[in-house]
Design a protein around this ligand. Sequence first.
Ligand SMILES: Cc1cc2nc3c(=O)[nH]c(=O)nc-3n(C[C@H](O)[C@H](O)[C@H](O)COP(=O)(O)OP(=O)(O)OC[C@H]3O[C@@H](n4cnc5c(N)ncnc54)[C@H](O)[C@@H]3O)c2cc1C
Length: 242
Amino acid sequence: MPATSLSVRLLAVTPNALELIYAAFRQCYHAGYVGDMWDGLVAGETPREKQTAFVERILASGHESPVEHVSFTFAIEGVSRTLTHQLVRHRIASYSQQSQRYVDASDFDYVLPPALAKIPAAKARYEAFMAEAAACYRDLQGLLAVGGREGQKSNEDARFVLPGGVETKIVATMNCRSLLHFFELRCCMRAQWEIRALADRMLMLCRQTLPVIFAAAGAKCERLGYCPESERFTCGKYPVRR
Ligand SMILES: Cc1cc2nc3c(=O)[nH]c(=O)nc-3n(C[C@H](O)[C@H](O)[C@H](O)COP(=O)(O)OP(=O)(O)OC[C@H]3O[C@@H](n4cnc5c(N)ncnc54)[C@H](O)[C@@H]3O)c2cc1C
């Protein structure tokens, strides 16, 4: 049951993402029918620079809903249940998470918080507790099996002793608008370190794939040019609004 680390893989992006967002924006302001221009768009008849400039201009005006037509799907592993509990609070998204009923956790991996890893005594205490939690889980599985509850039936009750640091895997899909909002909240230095690391990794993948939408994305302060937090909570990167 070793300590593990974050891994994020971009599984899928809506095909023809730029063309799709451009077509959705165009339909709002164009008398014609974008269904008729779609094949030409996909064939490259409208230069990408022209599409990019149009999308950037309209997006900057605050008209954001057309970017909802494009979604990103990520496979995430090496994160804690503590992280995914925060992640799934973002409701404008879809999730599929590894089950603690169907998947045996008797030899679970865990996330070791960097601050604990730096203090030998804290790291040793944490690791000892993880080992004890795993031992307790296995004991409970055995005791439940004696009572006739095996496999999934024992996992579903033994899992009550699993700690928040237990490693989990999850597939998450968000559309671009939801992602922009997620990055504003979770790339902020006020966000908890583990979900911030995940958000930073997801943002990097989004920027590489669709820079027109994500080049300037990030914590809320990047868009506002000031910190919306109070003096007490600001990280100091931008001035606090008075
Ligand atoms: C630094 C930080 C600290 C936090 N601390 C806590 C905490 O102590 N306790 C806690 O419980 N949570 C906490 N949260 C979680 C936070 O309250 C949100 O649940 C989480 O960030 C998801 O954000 P969201 O609701 O905006 O996202 P989504 O659920 O993805 O929603 C996106 C947007 O859709 C709209 N929306 C969605 N659902 C509704 C609805 N039902 N009604 C109206 N509008 C809706 C809103 O505009 C919302 O911003 C914290 C978050 C952060 C970033």
